[in-house]
Write a protein of this length. Structure first.
Length: 325
């Protein structure tokens, strides 16, 4: 049903449902540039997915969309800006598991509440975390990393794109299941971690598969495993962490578009329909085929996922004893 609400039908729906709100005063939506907030630095997985989506929206719809990278505090800075934006559909944000489902358990004074301050529009992608090492590193498997940590307690390091990110918590979960201690080194983005990984100053890096793809194809890094329940289609020869001896290990991350709460439902329906349509294009399905890309998820299903994952990661954060003040 969602897929049929686009084009003329969406325009009619918008004109019928609007009354005197800000969206109606602006005429047909959209009639000015849309700001698309990415709450992480350029070059990371969320940024890559955001630029794929927005460039395709501009190409197919003719909409003027401006990317606004607002990094900081595990994505909280950008999410706060989006939460406080006008509820008129002219500010979108690419939310992610970390800043929506994890941060409420990590931060004692989070400046936004995901379930209260946002209206989900459309889930965009499900992306596994990848365990990456430098191409010249001696490790051949997860077992090798675990063995090294047992031989050299407190010396094996892993990087993430920040404290409390899914990469960080995945590392915490892995070391708890393996019974070893890794040293966590947080970075502000994937682009900053890769030089240290390649330079041998880090043992491994946990980040989204989107970040790994260019580096693996270039031959500069190797992927030891992915954290999803199934192997990623783009790397069919790379095992899952579960296959590497840790049954049940599953730490997918996801991205999705949201708007500020109280945004008119017709605008949300229009956005969902258009995003769904472009994600269903063959070239987009191919480019986002990184372990599964749900391209037909409506706002209610996205909201249900957000609630369930908030509860899941709260348990993991508590078990790991992680806290960011």
């Amino acid at each position: 049903m969602i897929r049929t609400i686009h084009g003329v039908a969406a325009a009619v729906l918008l004109s019928i449902a609007c009354t005197a709100g800000p969206a109606c005063a602006q005429g047909d939506y959209p009639n000015k540039p849309i700001r698309f907030i990415v709450p992480f630095p350029p070059g990371g997985g969320t940024d890559i997915v955001s630029r794929l989506v927005t460039s395709k929206m501009t190409e197919t719809l003719g909409w003027r969309i401006v990317i606004d990278n607002r990094a900081g505090a595990g994505g909280s800075v950008g999410m706060e800006v989006a939460a406080n934006s006008a509820p008129d559909g002219y500010t979108l944000v690419m939310g992610q598991t970390s800043n929506l489902a994890v941060n409420p358990s990590l931060y004692s004074r989070l400046p936004y509440q995901p379930l209260r301050d946002f209206s989900p529009v459309s889930l965009v992608s499900m992306i596994p975390i990848t365990v990456m090492i430098a191409a010249k590193a001696p490790y051949k498997s997860i077992a090798d990393l675990v063995s090294a940590a047992k031989v050299k307690p407190g010396q094996v390091t892993f990087a993430s794109t920040g404290n409390g990110t899914i990469g960080h918590l995945t590392g915490e979960l892995l070391q708890r299941m393996a019974g070893v201690k890794f040293i966590h080194v947080p970075y502000k983005g994937a682009s900053q971690a890769f030089p240290d990984l390649l330079g041998g100053r880090l043992d491994f890096f946990l980040a989204s598969l989107e970040s790994a793809i260019p580096q693996v194809k270039a031959g500069t890094i190797r992927a030891l495993a992915v954290t999803s329940a199934q192997r990623a289609p783009v790397f069919p020869d790379v095992p899952t962490v579960a296959e590497s001896g840790y049954k049940g290990f599953d730490a997918n991350t996801w991205t999705g578009v949201l708007v500020a709460a109280r945004t008119p439902q017709p605008i949300i329906a229009r956005l969902n329909a258009e995003i769904t349509r472009i994600l269903d294009l063959p070239d987009m399905r191919e480019r986002l085929a990184t372990g599964g890309t749900p391209v037909q998820t409506g706002p209610k299903a996205f909201a249900a996922l957000l609630k369930a994952d908030t509860e899941k990661w709260a348990r993991i954060v508590k078990e790991a004893g992680v806290r960011v003040e």
